[in-house]
Write a protein that binds this ligand. Structure first.
Ligand code: AMP
Length: 213
């Protein structure tokens, strides 16, 4: 199963992404983790991203997309949980194009919904525990504002493509995990004919997927 995980910061993306990937035997590909790893190793990508990540800004689309394409090609052939991308319309468009080329289009866009006040509370608690550079109150506010302005509008496209699944991620972690796994199971069992994606492909500016024999 090919899963995109889309959620505001602090919604439990990392935690749920890890559990889902383990349960379904899929690689968990998290762009935030990949970028932090590059920063820690001082790679060219890490040096280009560090200040942006620390300020809660988005890393330029081309850098993220190149990184994601490489990892998808290497690790995502038999399914994936892709966490933290797309975050912009351009990322959604190019990711779709890449996935069509690789024959790896998403089966489900899993959206974890959490109200802002819960998110802020969680992130401040995480800051106390893990000391992530981008978990200060100001940066958290900025990341949330970016999410609402730039990332959340993408959800409508997945809705249009009929692959959007939204789960309330405000309850305790285990409860959310149960809901998420149940939702994914029903997607897996759903043998309804695939949604017509023609309109979406046109919206993304790329040719539609070839039809199945
Ligand atoms: P996360 O761990 O998903 O909260 O991501 C941490 C930070 O990494 C974000 O605040 C951004 O600075 C950067 N980042 C992660 N994914 C992306 C992406 N898809 N596009 C741009 N920047 C990203």
């Amino acid at each position: 199963m090919n899963i995109l995980l889309i959620a505001p910061p602090g919604a439990g993306k990392g935690t749920q992404g890890t559990v889902i990937a383990e349960e379904l035997g899929l690689p968990h590909i998290a762009t935030g983790d990949l970028l932090r790893d590059n920063i820690a190793r001082g790679t060219e990508l890490g040096r280009a991203s560090q200040a942006l990540v620390e300020r809660g800004e988005l890393v330029p689309d081309d850098l993220v997309l190149e990184m994601v394409r490489e990892v998808l090609e290497r690790d995502g052939r038999d399914g994936y949980v892709l966490d933290g991308v797309p975050r912009t319309i351009e990322q959604a468009r190019t990711l779709y194009q890449t996935a069509v080329e690789l024959g790896l289009t998403a089966d489900v866009a899993l959206h974890l919904h959490v109200p802002d006040d819960v998110v802020v509370e969680r992130l401040l608690a995480r800051a106390a525990e893990q000391g992530r550079a981008d978990d200060t109150a100001d940066v958290i506010r900025h990341r949330l504002a970016l999410y609402h302005r730039v990332t959340a509008p993408i959800l409508a496209w997945y809705q249009q493509r009929d692959i959007l699944v939204t789960v309330d991620a405000a309850p305790p972690v285990e409860e959310v995990t149960r809901e998420v796994l149940a939702a994914l199971e029903s997607v897996r069992l759903d043998d309804a004919p695939p949604a017509d994606t023609t309109g979406l492909a046109a919206a993304f500016g790329v040719p539609p997927e070839p039809s199945q024999p």
